[in-house]
Design a protein around this ligand. Sequence first.
Ligand SMILES: Cc1cc2nc3c(=O)[nH]c(=O)nc-3n(C[C@H](O)[C@H](O)[C@H](O)COP(=O)(O)OP(=O)(O)OC[C@H]3O[C@@H](n4cnc5c(N)ncnc54)[C@H](O)[C@@H]3O)c2cc1C
Length: 344
Amino acid sequence: MTASDTAPPTHSPRRAAIVGAGISGLRAAEILEGSGQWSVHVFDKARGVGGRTSLRRANPYAFDHGAQYFTARDEGFRARVDRWITAGIVAPFDGPLAVIPSDGQVEFRDSESTERFVGVPGMNAMAKSMISGLELTTKARVASLEPEPESSPGRWALRFMDGEIVNGFDAVLVTTPAAQAAPLVAASDELRQAAESVEMTPCWAAMVAFSGRYDVPFDGAFIDQGPLSWACRNSSKVGRPGGDAWVLHGTPEWTAAHLELGPEDAARQLTEALARATGQPTPDAIHLNAHRWMYSGAHPPRSDGALFDASLGLGLAGDWLNGSKVQGAWLSGQALAEQVLSRA
Ligand SMILES: Cc1cc2nc3c(=O)[nH]c(=O)nc-3n(C[C@H](O)[C@H](O)[C@H](O)COP(=O)(O)OP(=O)(O)OC[C@H]3O[C@@H](n4cnc5c(N)ncnc54)[C@H](O)[C@@H]3O)c2cc1C
């Protein structure tokens, strides 16, 4: 962080810090900032925005190693998705989908019954489109929230891992996965207990490119054969560069039992599992890597939507409070911003 990133401006009497620049945090940020009543500063520990809707580049390939696609059943969210489609930020994902059950017989899933969407050129495109006009500091991991003395301009200060402190916040909205949120909201028993009540499971996400096209009749498959839960021809999505590139997700159980694998080893094991599940050997893998998500999804997620302690000026949002998907994260951030506007 640099000093210019962190100096609190004086133009707004009410100032909110948002911890997390995933879909939920950015949705809360754009509503509060747009209200004119709050000035927000978004902080994220990562280099870029998007959280679990992220993209990993490995020239000439690009892999969506977190969220694969999303659905939009909520009317308001769907209206935004339509605007994103018009802007070229989102496109349908309508390649053939399959289900591979535990007995191994590939069944086709009618993809016309559910509309699925992807970001273009990567799943982080939506988040990138949401940051314009926001004060944002990346590579800033919040270590703790500290109450400020009565004499200070706000109620909360943020202490970062590098020891830096940024003060002057009237409210802090924590939009990280539950396990990362719990210690940050320890000042509120209700919020801390809510975050501690949710288990978030891990997921090894393999990123694999083949020397030629993998000849299977689907672009995505829901797989009920450990170690695999999902396989996707990522290069079939609109705007992805390079040759035949796949993302393979391990089940939570298999991932939990293999957390200590090296990335290449995890990717190799998941690639071998794909060949077993389809009965079709893969071409040679010319790129093998994997990312280990420690907090992939909530099992089961809560249905609060969002939680806000108005007396403390502390709030929680995130997919784990609303369904564990992209749309749920969006609606959770929105619900938290609405609570702040009506109660703070
Ligand atoms: C492998 C995988 C597959 C998925 N597949 C799908 C799918 O197909 N469809 C779908 O709809 N959803 C899918 N999801 C879920 C979807 O990605 C999430 O529901 C959604 O992106 C969550 O958004 P969020 O804002 O709640 O959290 P996140 O995206 O996790 O954002 C939280 C942010 O907080 C930051 N952060 C954490 N701790 C700190 C800290 N101390 N200080 C500062 N910043 C911090 C993180 O860096 C992150 O950017 C998938 C997720 C994974 C991991």
